[in-house]
Each structure stands twice: as C-alpha cells, then as structure tokens.
Design a protein around this ligand. Structure first.
Ligand code: SF4
Length: 469
C-alpha cells in the first residue's frame, strides 16, 4: 500500500510517499503527483524513511537513565513542576513540530500559568521571521506557480543548497524564455550562483544593504560603499527586476547574513515596489512560520530567546521543558549554562546527549509527523496536512503529552487562523539600521559549489583560454 506524507526538513514541504506492508513502512517512494516537488527529493528528504525506522528512536520514557512507563513519567513531571513557581518554568517549542503541537504547548502553558514559552529553531530563521512580521503594503507572498512563471528571480543566498528540489523551477525560469533573469545576491560562489545571469557578490553580511538599494530605499553609492557591489551593477539589477512582467524575491535566512530581519523587510519592499512581484522566505525548519505564528498569537508577551537565557543565568528560570528540540545538544557553552537548571524535560525522537548530563532530567519519546500527523504552514503560506502513516510504537504526540501535563485541562481549540502576524516598522528606523551594517570578516568569491564544480571548470583548457584572453 502507498501512503502519502510530507518532508518537513525544510519549509518547502515536499510530498513523500511510503510503501507499507501491514503496520510496517518498508520503502520510500516518490510522489510524482505532488504539486511541490513532482516526485523529486533532495538527499535530506531520503532520510525520512530512516526517521521512521531508525533503531535509535526513543520508545520508552526515561527518568535519568531509568526506563519508565508513561504513567510514571507523567506523574513524575507533574509532581516536579509543582515544586516551582510558574515564572521559574521555561518551555521551548521546536519549529519542526506541527501547528497542533504548538497550539497544545501554548494551551498547556496557559493552563499551568507558564509565561516563558517560546520557539526553538534556526537562529537566522527566527530573525528572518521577525522581519516577515513587519507589514509592507503591497508585498504579497509568492507561490511556486508564480516562481515558475517569473521572468526575473532575485535570490538572496544559497537557495539550492537549502531546497535543491527547486533547481528544476529555477532552471525553468532561466531557460524558459530568452531574456529571463536570475539575479543572485551572495558573497560566495554557490550552487545557486551557478545559475545566475547576474551575480551581486556583496561583502559578507551586507545582503540587507543591497536589497535596500534595489528597493530604491538606499542610494546606490551608499550601498556600494558598504556592500562593495558597484553602483552600476546595482542599478542594472534593479532595472532588470523592475521591468520583468512577473518576478519573485526569494530570501534564504542564513547566519552569515547580518540582520536577516532587515533583509526580509527590504525583500518585501522590493517585491512591493513594482507590479506583479512577490516574495518568499525559505526557512530551514519546516514549520517556522506556523509554530512562531501560533506562539506569537497565543502568548504575545513571551520572552525572546536571549531573555530566556538571561533568566536562566540569573537563576530566575529553574526548570525547562524542551519540546522537539534540545537546543543545548552539542553546544558546550549552553550545556554549562543549563547545568544551573534543577529540572529538564526533553521530548524528542532520539536520545539527546545533554538531558542525561543534567542532574534531574526526563526524556519523553515524541511521535514524528509520520506517526502523529498534523498540519504545517509552509514557506508560501499554504497548509500541508499529514495523516499518520505508521503506528506510534511507544511515542506520543505533543498534543497528548501537553494534555497529560495539563492534567487534561486543555480545550480542543481548532486552529482556524493561519494568517501571518503583522507589525509596523518605522521606515526611517529601518534605513538607519541598515546603514549601520558593517561587512563581516570572510572571503568572497570562494568556489564551494559541487555541481558545475568550479575547480573542475577552472581546469578546463577553454576556460583558461577565455579567462586569460
Ligand atoms: S527540499 Fe526540503 S522539503 Fe524537499 S525533500 Fe529536501 S529537505 Fe525535504
């Protein structure tokens, strides 16, 4: 039997099929009917089968190293949590979890009076999400259809290493019609710049500055001084994008970019500046948009990540619930800070090394979307719904876990509002902030691509001749 689901290793949300025999998922298949990826999967997408069948998956709750029943684990957590004031408890919700999980976590926090609830994801994603909240009139989210129909794509960062499946669509734009443009802003040569018709190789970290200039908000000369991209090149790129009958700005949040929030803000400004343009932000964590939108809506006064860490450092937060993401795994500095915690709960798919090193910790096996199902808000604002394709075998959904912890006091609210949060950003503040960006250290133009390998190309005789001639 073939069962369909979704890959959520990035916010593209490719369709993925599985072959099942009885309860067992025995093979990965390619869902050629899926409108997002038309059956294609990137290397990460292939790991979804391993995620279901991996022998290291957690199947029983653990108190310390001792395996216990769900009843004992839940009773233990409830008991422990009662030892803390509500202000002393923190809760992190992974941006890989479903909308229903995020809502259940927010409802549990409300039921137990926990105010320190926030999301856990890639730092650059979270910064970009903040920028996405800033309202820009006339800026519309693009769809994959409009990406494909674009005559100009303006890509900020290495989109094709984030979502290689999109190479097909980028190629369609590049070769679909003579004169179509692929403009790429990136300090480095990457998988994506390989396709560029116009590569704006800015100084590292200055992508937001280039976008502000292309959007007509910052003078080209000022942008050249900061970013190193010649004014004439900026002007040419702005014109190419402006005159295209249809175009899309695609922003890839990455930690080497400074101020991903301003980058997204100016990407939206650029999309709004000429007719028939849209924008997309490709987050690394599949449900960054959904989980953040829900937590922002349900707990509008939640602390930021840095505020939570400061509270842990000051000993104000003494207990931490980490749902779906152990943010201290492999992070020695955070582990050192978390050792100050008196109680840690980690709900995850695999055993993480760090809860075991904290004095008082408990691990709960968490179901993936393949066992628990759920809905997810993808990069283009569409909602992907997953039905379970495999039995839970010892794990539980976060919705159930939160219900247990709140002692069944969760209401069954259905998520009906998926609209994005809107906030106002003062235009002159944004301009002052983008003008203060300074290039980061680092080389530019480093060839790091592996398909169309530049090392290989540079060894070709014809390349040498043309380059030198
Ligand atoms: S492109 Fe993203 S959603 Fe698609 S298979 Fe790869 S990781 Fe999964």
């Amino acid at each position: 039997m073939i069962k369909k689901s979704k890959c959520l290793f990035c916010s593209l949300g490719c369709g993925v099929s599985f072959r099942t025999e009885g309860d067992k998922v025995v093979a990965l298949d390619y869902d050629k009917a899926d409108p997002i990826n038309l059956g294609a999967l990137c290397p990460r997408g292939h790991y979804n089968l391993e995620l279901i069948n991996h022998p290291g998956r957690l199947m029983e709750p653990q108190i310390g190293k001792r395996k216990v029943s769900w009843e004992e684990a839940v009773a233990f957590i409830r008991q422990e949590l009662k030892l803390f004031n509500k202000e002393e408890i923190g809760c992190l919700v992974s941006c890989l979890l479903s909308n229903e999980s995020a809502l259940a976590a927010a409802r549990m926090a409300q039921a137990l009076g926990i105010k320190n609830i926030l999301t856990a994801g890639a730092a650059a994603d979270l910064e970009a999400y903040e920028g996405n909240k800033w309202q820009v009139s006339g800026a519309n989210l693009a769809t994959l259809e409009t990406v494909e129909q674009s005559e100009a794509l303006l890509i900020v960062g290495d989109l094709l290493s984030r979502s290689p499946v999109l190479a097909k669509r980028v190629n369609k734009v590049k070769y679909g019609k003579r004169g179509n443009k692929i403009i790429v802003i990136d300090p480095n040569q990457t998988h994506t710049t390989w396709f560029a018709t116009n590569h704006l190789a800015c100084k590292p970290g200055t992508e937001a500055v280039v976008l502000a200039a292309l959007a007509g908000e910052l003078p080209y000369t000022e942008a050249e001084n900061i970013s190193g991209v010649p004014s004439a090149k900026l002007q040419q790129a702005a014109e190419e994008f402006r005159v295209a009958a249809m175009g899309t700005v695609i922003y890839v949040p990455q930690s080497k970019k400074q101020r991903n929030d301003l980058g997204v803000y100016y990407a939206k400004k650029l999309a709004a500046a000429s007719p028939n343009k849209g924008y997309l932000v490709y987050y690394l964590f599949g449900n960054t948009l959904g989980v953040n939108t829900i937590i922002d809506r349900e707990a509008p006064d939640h602390p930021t990540y840095h505020e939570l860490l400061a509270k842990i450092d000051r000993g104000e937060v003494k207990s931490l619930l980490m749902f779906g993401e152990d943010i201290s795994a492999g992070h020695a500095e955070l582990q050192k800070r978390f050792r100050m915690l008196k109680f840690v709960v980690f709900a995850g798919h695999f055993e993480s090394e760090s809860p075991a090193i904290y004095d008082n910790s408990i691990i709960l096996p968490l179901a993936t979307q393949f066992e628990g199902g759920g809905s997810y808000l993808l990069a283009d604002g569409t909602i992907a719904s997953c039905q379970p394709v495999a039995p839970k075998v010892g794990s539980e959904t976060l919705t159930n876990i939160c219900g247990f912890l709140a002692e069944g006091r969760l209401d069954d609210k259905v998520i009906t509002d998926h609209s994005l949060i809107n906030k106002t950003k003062n235009e002159s503040d944004a301009l002052a902030e983008v003008g203060k960006i300074e290039p980061a250290e680092g080389s530019t133009g480093k060839p790091i691509t592996y398909f169309g390998n530049n090392h290989l190309v540079s060894n070709f005789f014809w390349y040498q001749v043309n380059k030198n001639g």
